[in-house]
Design a protein around this ligand. Structure first.
Ligand code: AMP
Length: 183
């Protein structure tokens, strides 16, 4: 059955590679933008991907999922709905009301800031972060720092795509689970 599972894994990663489209020099020169929209427009592949992500062991011990603005919301909400765990939104500047914790960070193509509602995390201790893509790791590190500042535990990061050449994993002190790796 291990062989069967491995074959299924390869099949999904291969499918994802065929579905993810590259856009060179978007949104800035030198960046190869990985577009996940073709995955979303095929219900079979989208559902296979969400099943795969949701079945990862890391979620079993999680109290909640933190999804990152904006494409992380798509995958995070589908996973949270499937595994029936609370979903928390990490949002860009000036989007969330109420008492917030906020931090600036650098990403592959610019700078930004992420915030969490303090009330959204106060009842939980262990989190899994969900995003569409890991590049330099700056975004995930920002969430790690925000949650750590409130003494929370980060079990890991689950992304659809990992750009391994950028070595984002190196600055992250928690496991990274990616569904397809581009080197
Ligand atoms: P980073 O903080 O450098 O790991 O960048 C990850 C974040 O930026 C994710 O939220 C991605 O949506 C976005 N991102 C960075 N690089 C790319 C890329 N080449 N294609 C698509 N999205 C990207």
């Amino acid at each position: 059955s291990n062989i069967i599972i491995k074959t299924l894994k390869m099949m999904l990663a291969d499918k994802l590679k065929r579905y993810i489209k590259d856009y060179p020099d978007f949104p800035k020169k030198g960046i190869i933008f990985k577009d996940i929209c073709p995955i979303l427009s095929d219900p079979e592949v989208f559902s296979e991907l969400i099943n795969k992500m949701s079945s990862r062991e890391i979620y079993q011990n999680a109290d909640a999922i933190v999804a990152i603005d904006a494409r992380g919301f798509i995958f995070g909400s589908a996973i949270a709905n499937q595994i029936k765990k609370p979903l928390i939104l990490a949002r860009k500047k000036d989007k969330l009301p109420g008492l917030l914790i906020q931090k600036d960070y650098g990403l592959e193509y610019g700078d930004d800031s992420l915030s969490l509602q303090i009330s959204s995390i106060s009842n939980f201790h262990k989190f899994v972060i969900v995003d569409d893509l890991l590049a330099t790791g700056g975004t995930a590190k920002c969430i790690f720092d925000l949650l750590s500042s409130k003494n929370k535990t980060i079990l890991g990061l689950n992304v659809v795509i990992e750009l391994s050449a950028l070595e984002g994993k190196k600055i992250l002190d928690f496991p990274v689970l990616s569904e397809v790796i581009f080197s």
